[in-house]
Design a protein around this ligand. Structure first.
Ligand code: PLP
Length: 339
């Protein structure tokens, strides 16, 4: 019999809970193309209310939520100022260029949070005949820096420098940010024009993300969703799981954060030069550098632990509902004796 693998590659590997499956089986549905799916409407209203925006749109994926935001907030030829390692820059297959004809002004996001002075420099480029920066995109939590959190004050500082330009928050893991920081979700979203969150990561729903913002913009978002092929019909089957996710799965993210910290302590013990970095990573993503990252990940795999790399020499672990204390202890013990 194959040994059970401890899968720390991503929180996207989570599967729906029993409560989600039951809600999906009995969901009221209708044709969402006509706005007639009551469960989709309920989920959209619930998310809009949670993030304090006028309206929300249910979409199949986080990538689509970001890509719709790009289309809403820019015109072809525009520039988006954005952290250099954000998902919309590195992990969406050049979607912003291909779908919307925009380019990026890349800001240093090594520590997750961007220094407003960096944005100011990028904006000043306009004076020197560089293309207009139409919007600013942030990521909270910021995955590549190890799930770091933007505070409301840090978001507000960027919004102030953006000077009326729209600000989009990629909040794929927004609820992790709220739980770990103690800031309310609304405090993290209030300064932004649009925000998106994923239901299918730590929240464990099988499919779906939400994009929220002003009502008129969200009407346009429905058109862009259709253009991108993301309009669905009896999507209440999926939205039902999303409602369970938003209503019951947020508080437990705390456990994922505690387990990630336990793992970080093992990494810090084994490689003290990484201690400062990993011990300050506050949520469910643990990222660190290793001289032979690929070799380390394949050694872990041989020992029944799956992790991943996100850049040359950068290892990533992500904790989630499928990882319990026993699994994390086994993994921590393994790391302490890593070659
Ligand atoms: C920060 C961030 N944004 C967006 C996405 C995209 O989400 P999806 O995989 O649902 O398209 C991810 C997925 O890992 C992510 O980590």
């Amino acid at each position: 019999m194959a040994t059970q693998q401890i899968d720390l590659r991503s929180d996207t590997v989570t599967t729906p809970t029993e409560a989600m499956r039951e809600a999906m089986a009995s969901a009221l549905v209708g044709d969402d193309g006509y706005g007639e799916d009551p469960t989709v409407n309920e989920l959209e209203d619930l998310y809009a209310q949670r993030v304090g925006k006028e309206a929300a749109v249910f979409v199949p994926s986080g990538v689509m939520a970001n890509q719709i935001a790009v289309r809403l907030l820019t015109n072809p030829g525009d520039v988006i100022a954005v952290g250099a390692r954000q998902h919309v820059v590195l992990y969406e297959m050049g979607g912003a260029a291909k779908n919307s004809g925009v380019q990026f002004a890349l800001l240093d996001d090594s520590d997750g949070v961007v220094d407003p002075a960096e944005l100011l420099i990028a904006l000043e480029g306009e004076v020197h005949h560089q293309p207009a920066i139409a919007a600013v995109f942030l990521e909270n939590t910021h995955m590549p820096s190890g799930g770091r959190i933007w505070s409301p004050a840090q978001i507000n500082a960027i919004v102030a420098i953006a000077h009326g330009r729209p600000v989009h928050v990629d909040g794929a893991r927004l609820f992790n940010a709220a739980i770990a920081s103690g800031h309310s979700v609304r405090a993290l979203t209030e300064p932004a024009t649009t925000v998106m969150s994923c239901l299918s990561k730590g929240l464990s729903a099988p499919v779906g993300s939400l994009l929220a913002g002003p009502a008129a913009l969200m009407e346009q978002a429905r058109i862009e969703r259709k253009r991108l092929g993301g309009a669905m019909r009896q999507a209440g089957i999926l939205a039902a799981a999303g409602i369970v996710a938003l209503e019951t799965m947020i508080e437990r993210l705390r456990d994922d954060h505690a387990r990630a910290h336990y793992l970080a302590q093992a990494i810090a013990e084994r490689w003290p030069d990484q201690a400062e970095r990993v011990l300050s990573q506050p949520t469910n993503v643990v990222v660190f550098t290793h001289d032979d990252a690929e070799g380390f990940v394949s050694w872990l795999h041989q020992n029944n632990v799956q992790a991943g790399t996100i850049a040359d020499g950068v290892v990533r672990f992500v904790t989630h509902r499928g990882i319990d204390d026993a699994a994390i202890e086994q993994c921590a013990a393994l790391i302490k004796r890593a070659p």
